[in-house]
Ligand binder design. Structure first.
Ligand code: ATP
Length: 312
């Protein structure tokens, strides 16, 4: 798809996030640049500690940023907003948590949990309207109207995650940050929850920032993927492009580590181990270069030339 004609919903520019000060200062995220287009599922994928969650939390306004901009619907939202503007953004950007057990109020009924945002933002005309909205949402996530007055502990992990999804989506958000939304769930129900998110994307045009460490999961759900390592995005491309033509050695190493069910094929596959010292970044400063249309790689000029020739 020609990205120049797509509408940008969220734009991250030169984002840097540090924790601590002085000697204990730690740069968790740096040089991060990407756009999320309206209606897409955009994934950040990387190993534990790479900075995925930190970026997601910065978009939600939970983590302060040290440098750079987060621009949502044309307006900078990091460190700049308060009052009514902040309140509005908090409705427009919702989140789905990793652990549905920890994120639901155990003493509240499903009806209350899903309605809480509606109450906070007065998003209903009267009681009948509110109840209709909640029931419709319950149905949309695959739960039953008679489960409305039950408590979270009466549900399975997958059903709880559906409640969490309903609570986020009833707010009619423009962007949903979903941080590892299936990793705490049983294998058998993971695909159902992914399909539910895809359904909201397809039917209601919801945009997702999806955060995950599992490459098979992001391949299944994403339109575009950014690969992150040590706080930097090393490669960004449309999903099949990334899987078919990985350019950065780190992406190649990640892809080579995906388990293959067929032992014969697995035996013949090359196992690539990434060694960051192969890059000469001391004399040639690396940049996020567009090697092919829509396919970006973090590399220096010499590497960029090589990659461009290879993929011409
Ligand atoms: N509040 C904090 N204070 C200090 N360091 C932090 C804080 N939050 C995150 N970090 C550090 O920032 C780095 C990135 O963490 P982050 O949680 O974003 O990684 P992640 O890729 O989401 O990993 P995981 O999949 O394990 O959650 C880690 O080294 C982490 O220890």
């Amino acid at each position: 798809m020609d990205n120049s004609t797509r509408e940008t919903l969220l734009s991250i520019k030169d984002l840097e996030i540090t924790f601590g000060t002085g000697n204990s200062k730690f740069v968790a995220v740096q040089d991060v640049n990407f756009d999320i287009f309206k209606g897409e599922i955009f994934s950040l994928v990387g190993e534990s500690g790479s900075g995925k969650t930190t970026i997601g939390r910065a978009v939600l306004g939970i983590n302060p940023t040290s440098n750079g901009q987060i621009i949502f619907e044309g307006k900078q939202i990091n460190g700049k907003i308060s009052g009514k503007e902040k309140f509005d953004i908090e409705r427009k950007i919702q989140m789905i948590f990793q652990d549905p057990s920890a994120s639901l109020n155990e003493r509240a009924t499903v009806d209350y949990i899903i309605s809480e945002g509606l109450y906070n933002y007065k998003l209903f005309k009267n009681e009948e309207d509110r109840l209709n909205k909640v029931k419709k949402m319950l149905e949309a996530v695959g739960l039953l109207p008679e489960q409305l007055y039950r408590y979270p502990h009466e549900f399975s992990g997958g059903q709880r995650q559906r409640i969490g999804i309903a609570r986020a989506l009833i707010m009619n958000p423009d962007l949903v940050v979903a941080d590892e939304p299936i990793s705490a769930l049983d294998m058998s129900i993971r695909a159902q929850v992914l399909n539910l998110l895809k359904k909201f994307q397809r039917e209601q045009g919801v945009t997702f920032l999806f955060v995950a460490h599992d490459l098979s999961v992001v391949r299944y759900i994403s339109d575009r993927i950014a690969v992150i390592r040590a706080g930097r995005i090393l490669e960004l491309a449309e999903t099949e492009e990334l899987f078919n033509n990985p350019i950065h050695p780190y992406t190649k190493s990640l892809l080579s580590a995906i388990p293959i069910p067929d032992p014969q094929i697995a035996k013949n596959r090359e196992n690539i181990v990434y060694d960051p010292s192969i890059h000469n970044y001391s004399t040639e400063k690396p940049k996020f270069e567009e090697i092919k249309p829509g396919h970006f790689v973090y590399c220096n000029e010499t590497e960029a030339k090589e990659y461009k020739i290879k993929f011409k």
